[in-house]
Design a protein around this ligand. Structure first.
Ligand code: GAL
Length: 385
């Protein structure tokens, strides 16, 4: 606790101063699985109480994975935001500050494998799912370096908010994360980059740097329809967001960047695209404590961005239902059904931080979300066509 406080103190002192892979990897998508999911999805049907209704049983390989998953744990068929969320082996899911990647009908959830405090003792974890409710632990995909205390990713560094994208040209999976070098609190403000030939890793750490020589803390990645990728990061002592265009291999910034939300102290960015416009959901800057979410929209990724109002509505919207954004996931690409994914941090025991997943509704150019004790993703229908 003392250590956490001093880490936070050092960070905020600074602030004051300034979806078919399992199905078939080689042949790509198994259309039957995807279209079955789409049909249920578009019909707005709620998943039923039994296994055969909750997961499309259209592919033998997917069935095999699901069945092997279900040896030990009860099958889930809804989201219960804030509850303890168990994986398919009955263990608490440990993937905080998560990033998501969807390929061949499988959702992948990368996250910080937290211990009690904020220091990275293990690295980045990965979970996989075909229905978004039941997640299988795929293990550690980026491990801290336990043998070299001078490594950028030495045990005891801070490794947060991993995000993974796929580069079609190089055929590599590229992971970016927020990195703070060991022993420096939140003073080094760097981005770390790792790659893998396969989505499940292991990921090979390449390097860390300050993008365009500027600070980079809370961060996310976004790949546009034309293949251009961007890193969006809290910079300038968390005062101003930077949007950094990446090189064609997605491994570093290409030098073009914009400063946006100047002086707005925005963190925890999540970027997504809908109806040709770019949307951002983020948080304010209050450490592990929750605050009001921010929302913005732009016609171009590099801006200008227009800030809108808090997407959260109703009781506890002022603290985003006690959560902080990490990702916005589109259930099926192109469907317009988006899920807000946030962390409800528990600074006394970060491993026990909970996940807040809520459906986002689109109405008149902006997104809103309301608290739900329990819900299913068939309900995440946009309000307008
Ligand atoms: C939050 C940030 C988290 C973590 C925390 C440490 O503002 O979003 O990822 O860095 O601060 O206090």
């Amino acid at each position: 606790m003392q250590l956490q406080q001093s880490l936070k103190a050092s960070k905020y002192r600074l602030v004051i101063t300034g979806f078919c892979l399992i199905a078939n990897v080689t042949s790509g998508c198994a259309p039957s699985a995807a279209s079955s999911l789409d049909r249920r999805f578009w019909a707005g049907n709620k998943p039923g109480p039994n296994t055969s209704e909750t997961t499309p049983q259209t592919n033998a390989s997917i069935d095999a994975v699901n069945n092997s998953n279900l040896m030990n744990a009860a099958r889930l068929n809804s989201f219960r935001p804030g509850d303890t969320w168990l994986d398919t082996e009955g263990q608490v899911i440990n993937a905080h500050g998560g990033g998501f990647y969807v390929e061949n009908g499988v959702y992948y959830w990368f996250g910080e494998l937290k211990g009690q405090d904020g220091l990275a003792r293990a690295g980045i974890s990965l979970y996989s799912s075909t229905d978004l409710y039941n997640w299988r632990n795929e293990g550690l995909v980026l491990a801290v370096d336990k043998s070299n205390p001078d490594s950028d990713i030495a045990e005891g560094a801070i490794i947060e908010r991993p995000k993974v994208i796929f580069n079609k040209k190089t055929q590599k999976y590229v992971m970016w994360f927020h990195l703070e070098l060991k022993g420096q609190g939140y003073g080094s403000a760097r981005a770390g980059v790792a790659v893998s030939d396969t989505v499940r890793g292991p990921y090979r750490f390449l390097t860390s740097f300050k993008p365009n020589n500027e600070m980079s803390r809370d961060q996310t990645l976004f790949v546009d329809d034309n293949g251009k990728a961007y890193q969006i990061a809290a910079s300038e002592e968390n005062q101003t967001m930077h949007i950094n265009e990446l090189t064609d291999d997605y491994l570093k910034p290409n030098g073009k960047f914009v400063r946006t939300f100047i002086g707005r102290s925005m963190e925890a960015p999540a970027v997504f695209k809908y109806k040709g416009r770019y949307h951002l959901i983020a948080s304010g800057c209050t450490g592990w404590d929750p605050n009001s979410a921010r929302q913005a929209v732009a016609d171009n990724m590099m801006g200008p961005w227009t800030e809108l109002d808090n997407p959260a509505q109703g009781p506890e919207s002022d603290v985003t239902f006690r959560s902080q954004s990490t990702y916005v996931l589109e259930v099926t690409p192109g469907s317009g059904q988006f899920i807000y994914i946030g962390d409800r941090w528990n600074p006394d025991n970060l491993a026990d931080s909970r996940y807040i997943w809520l459906p986002l509704k689109y109405d008149n150019g902006r997104f809103t979300m309301r608290w739900q004790d329990e819900w299913q993703w068939g309900q995440a229908l946009p309000v307008t066509p």
